[in-house]
Design a protein around this ligand. Structure first.
Ligand SMILES: Nc1nc2c(ncn2[C@@H]2O[C@H](COP(=O)(O)OP(=O)(O)O)[C@@H](O)[C@H]2O)c(=O)[nH]1
Ligand SMILES: [Mg+2]
Length: 256
């Protein structure tokens, strides 16, 4: 009997990194963000998930060298990240697994700085690294409320109090991603990732990162964004078992 061919050996060297950029109506910023991320050492591919944009986001992302996955209608940030990961996995050949780098679309040139998130995960010091941003040039409108709820909720569930619980820039292994699936819906995705990955016994690390993004303001759009964020963060925390006591205390601005 002929011997079957030996399976291909796993590739040598560090795992390749797949960058995934969720984007909604980011035509003005996406090309600069894609270019900055493509230039990062270790990034093998960049996937932009265009979540029902009404502008030229998809075309600009494609022209800048990204793979583009399109949602015909808006499905939210969490679904966009999941679509990006699915796309990467479909392209993986046997033996190759990517690490993921989640990057917001509105960082432009400063997105190059997310490079610092890769080494901790690549070298095994952490299963997920999260960027901590410096104070932004324009102050945000009423962000503190949602941040406090997210931080207190994560601390209550895991014992760890993140500095910036809603930061979207993260590097993580495929195993860490799997520990957090199905992802918490909508804007709850970051909180869900942190809680699920920690409760799976994996390690999470915050890394200072010199990033600059468009800060959501205090106008009605900003208020709407905050309200949706609050709703989704609350859902993610409740779905993971957070009790009414912590939720009430966070809403009043106090520690439980
Ligand atoms: N998939 C998806 N991404 C979105 C949506 N709205 C905003 N984003 C992206 O999510 C990231 C963070 O959004 P942003 O408005 O900057 O929120 P902020 O940083 O919390 O103020 C950016 O990359 C946006 O393009 C949406 O409805 N769906
Ligand atoms: Mg932003």
């Amino acid at each position: 009997m002929p011997t079957p061919p030996a399976p291909a050996p796993p590739p040598k060297g560090p795992r390749p990194v797949a960058a995934i950029i969720p984007a909604k109506d980011e035509a003005e910023r996406i090309a600069a963000t894609v270019a900055a991320v493509r230039a990062i050492d270790g990034v093998a591919l960049v996937v932009v998930v265009d979540d029902g944009s009404a502008d030229e986001t998809a075309a600009r992302a494609h022209d800048a060298g990204a793979y583009v996955v399109r949602h015909p209608t808006n499905r939210g940030k969490s679904a966009a990240l999941a679509s990006g990961v699915d796309f990467v996995r479909q392209r993986e050949r046997r033996g190759v697994r990517h690490d993921y780098l989640f990057v917001d679309a509105d960082l432009e040139e400063s997105a190059a700085q997310v490079a610092v998130l890769i080494p901790p995960v690549r070298d095994g010091a952490a299963d997920m690294s999260i960027a901590i941003l410096p104070p932004q040039k324009t102050a945000g409108g009423g962000h503190g409320f949602v941040v406090r709820l997210a931080r207190d909720g994560i601390r209550e569930l895991t014992g760890w109090a993140p500095t910036q619980p809603l930061s979207g820039m993260r590097a993580l292994t495929a195993a860490a991603y799997d520990a957090a699936t199905p992802l918490a819906p909508g804007w709850g995705v970051e909180v869900g990732l942190s809680v699920d990955i920690l409760l799976a016994g994996l390690r999470v690390e915050e890394v200072p990162c010199d990033l600059h993004h468009r800060v959501t303001g205090g106008d009605w759009r900003g208020q709407l964004h905050r309200a949706r964020q609050y709703r989704d963060v609350l859902r993610a925390l409740r779905a993971r078992g957070l009790g009414a006591r912590t939720i009430g205390a966070a809403a009043r601005g106090r520690r439980p």
